[in-house]
Ligand binder design. Structure first.
Ligand code: NAD
Ligand code: DAU
Length: 354
């Protein structure tokens, strides 16, 4: 296959959780695109996530850091990418509390590097180019008991993670206004599904239940998140990339709010069933621990815009998605064991002390 004849899409962070689902979808659905996956493989990046497509002729993995400007300039010169879908980031709120600078470095400066290189390489000819920045609903801060985040909700980030993502969103928009760089931003709610690194609530608790370890619920557990199956996020990204309006923002959410404690109870009961353990076994592992500093009370997304303009809505219900997710982790215990050894054990000890 001659790469020169294909549309060349650079996807950053494609070895991570969401990125790997986006890369798979694009490689499978668009044989007339060549997908370049640029990822420096931090603890969260894992090429095992893409084993099934790694040999496909329209796919290339490139190990590299978005903070290495010379390297990414060289890539743009070599491949002259048509578009970028930017997912590479430090993504865990708890880690941003212990090491905020790492988040500024990758999420803010790394995004700036990509913006600068794209602007300079594309020159003034931005026709058909697109810089798609994948962001989060956390930039809007916290909701009270009522209301939803819309695309017009003012930014009010509360954690170093969300502040770094908010900052990168602002820079993307500023490059559109100042230099005419065609961009698009989507802000999504909490994802769950296969390949999720077990530092985040759902995969961490699945792993702990399998291993009969405590389930550390922060505070009183009455915090609310809006959960979306990761493949539905990948579908939304595909639609926004192809059909979203230039220089606009799209909110993506699951219409699926759960208080943490209720979600954990549902997860416990599904796990008891799957593991053939007596009802109530996993719930006994629930342990209330000290709260996350600056913990946002509630996130919930109004997805009307993407629903009305692009006819997107989640295709998987939460109980179905959770079952699929549990099945994946139970079938892929080697994946789980590989990512929960080494550095993970130090992280776990420092974070939980339990
Ligand atoms: P993740 O942590 O699983 O993956 C991040 C990927 O980026 C990893 O493969 C990592 O190796 C790579 N990476 C990190 N720093 C890099 C660098 N300097 N250079 C190159 N690659 C680098 O994250 P995720 O959960 O898949 O999130 C992906 C994106 O989606 C992030 O931008 C995140 O803010 C956003 N997002 C995540 C969620 C969610 O619920 N997970 C929800 C909304 C938005
Ligand atoms: O809303 C989108 C965001 O969702 C993404 O931008 C982030 O990258 C992603 O990590 C996620 O952030 P959260 O902080 O909401 O996800 P997390 O899985 O870390 O936590 C979900 C909820 O569960 C939150 O209220 C904190 C709580 N929690 C989490 C962990 C890890 C616990 O009670 N105990 C835990 O051990």
């Amino acid at each position: 296959m001659i790469i020169g004849e294909l549309k060349k899409i650079l996807i950053t962070g494609g070895a991570g959780f969401i990125g790997s689902h986006v890369v798979r979808r694009f490689v499978n659905r668009y044989p007339d695109y060549h997908i370049f996956n640029l990822d420096c493989l931090t603890y969260a990046g894992n090429l095992e996530n893409l084993k099934d497509i790694e040999k496909r002729s329209n796919y290339t993995f490139i190990k590299g850091d978005i903070n290495d400007v010379e390297f990414i300039s060289g890539l743009f010169k070599e491949f002259n990418f048509d578009s970028i879908i930017h997912l590479a980031a430090e993504s865990h709120v708890d880690r941003s509390i212990t090491d905020p600078l790492a988040f500024v470095k990758t999420n803010v400066i790394g995004t700036m590097n990509l913006l600068n290189v794209a602007k300079d390489s594309w020159g003034k000819n931005f026709r058909d180019k697109r810089f798609y920045h994948v962001s989060t609903d956390e930039v809007y801060g916290s909701l009270g008991e009522k209301g939803l985040f819309t695309e017009l909700t003012p930014y009010a980030p509360n954690s170093p993670y969300s502040a770094s993502k908010a900052s990168s969103d602002h820079f993307v928009r500023a490059y559109g206004e100042t230099y005419g760089l065609p961009y698009i931003v989507s802000n999504c709610s909490n994802n769950y599904g296969p390949n999720h690194f077990p530092e985040k609530l759902i995969p961490l608790f699945i792993n702990n239940i399998i291993n009969n370890k405590p389930l550390p619920v922060y505070g009183d557990g009455n915090y609310t998140r809006d959960w979306l199956f990761v493949e539905d996020h990948a579908i939304a990204i595909d639609l926004v990339f192809h059909k979203g309006k230039k220089n606009e923002t799209y909110n993506i959410g699951g219409f699926n709010e759960w208080k943490n404690i209720d979600l954990v109870r549902l997860l416990c009961s599904q796990m008891d069933e799957k593991l053939d353990r007596p009802k109530g076994t996993s719930e006994k592992l629930i342990t209330f621990v000290k709260d996350r500093p600056g913990h946002d009370l509630r996130y919930a997304i109004d997805s009307s815009k993407i629903n009305e303009e692009l006819q997107w809505k989640p295709s998987v219900t939460f109980p179905e998605g959770l079952k699929k997710t549990i099945d994946w982790y139970l079938k892929n215990q080697e994946w789980l064991n590989n990512v929960t050894s080494g550095d993970y054990l130090d992280y776990y000890k420092e974070q939980y002390e339990i």
